[in-house]
Design a protein around this ligand. Structure first.
Ligand SMILES: [Zn+2]
Length: 300
């Protein structure tokens, strides 16, 4: 899709639909036992969890009793669930073992997602690492993702959500425009969605802090992927400058992006009804509770 979307073209109730705001939630000690009290303490209306070590390849089976308690607890609270796949996942790697482990990690996250009632599994777009490997990397992305997406479709979900990276290191997608070719690589599969991370976009050079900057970036995202692909937002302020390619998150309004940009985020028609998750620094739940409150206050 190359035409620009017009923010005014959506139905008014869609434009004003509430954005649920929640947090990336710790699970050590047991999925339900750790995460549900955290969700309540932080005031989270959406929850995102890891289902394996964020910096490891081990794929734990999960505890069926905790899975059921967590799924039911989130259901009772009306809290949608998302999984963030291991940060090691890189389908564009020139190292075959990394590509294979990445695909296995996503397959595991999708299985775990079905067990806990997740709506989406977020993974980073990845990197070709070496100059000249980009074309082969995108072929790998296609070959790895299509069977997973077909299986997700056959089993009723969850969706896979690609998250653009902070840029640098031959990223396969960092700027929002890169999402168009990334989705094309999987034939715009219906189970493929997008997760937009404000800190990554800022690091990749989108000037979100200038007035209208967040709005323009979200318009460009919709132009690249269409009106219905954005399924999750990661709202994170940044400790670094625009274009730095550094990914150090800061609390909302306390960083270089600043609160007015997040007001634009929360009012943009593309985020209407889309869950928003913070992945910001926090002492226990306190930092997350404050960021959730700030973003909720910025609702139109
Ligand atoms: Zn993120």
């Amino acid at each position: 899709m190359s035409e620009r979307s017009e923010p005014g073209s959506r139905a008014p109730q869609s434009r004003s639909a509430r954005r649920r705001v929640g947090a990336h939630t710790p699970t050590s000690g047991g999925l339900a036992k750790a995460a549900l009290p955290y969700v309540d303490a932080a005031g989270a209306e959406v929850v995102q969890v890891y289902v394996s070590n964020s910096r490891g390849w081990a794929l734990p089976a999960g505890d069926p009793a905790q899975d059921a308690l967590f799924r039911d607890g989130c259901g009772e609270r009306g809290v949608p669930v998302f999984i963030h796949a291991s940060l090691l996942v890189n389908l564009g790697s020139p190292t075959p073992a990394t590509v294979e482990r990445s695909a296995q990690t996503l397959a595991h996250a999708l299985r775990r997602g079905r067990a806990i009632g997740a709506e989406g599994v977020v993974f980073h777009a990845g990197s070709a690492v070496d100059a000249g490997y980009a074309e082969a990397a995108m072929r790998q992305v296609r070959e790895a993702l299509l069977p997973l997406l077909d299986e997700a479709a056959a089993s009723g979900g969850p969706m896979l959500l690609v998250e653009p990276s902070a840029g640098g290191g031959r990223s396969l997608a960092s700027r929002v425009e890169h999402l168009g070719p990334y989705l094309d690589a999987v034939d715009r599969h219906p189970m493929m969605g997008v997760c937009f991370d404000t800190c990554h976009a800022w690091a990749a050079g989108h000037d979100l802090a200038v007035e209208g900057g967040m709005t323009a970036t979200l318009d460009a995202l919709v132009a690249a992927v269409g009106a219905d692909r954005l399924k999750l937002v990661h709202a994170n302020d940044s400790k670094d400058l625009c274009g730095s390619t550094r990914d150090r998150h800061e609390n909302i309004g306390k960083g270089t992006i600043g609160e007015p940009a997040f007001a634009e985020l929360m009012r943009h028609p593309a985020t209407a009804g889309i869950p928003v998750v913070v992945e910001t620094p926090t002492e226990k739940h306190v930092g997350h509770a404050a960021d959730i409150a700030t973003l909720t206050r910025l609702h139109p």
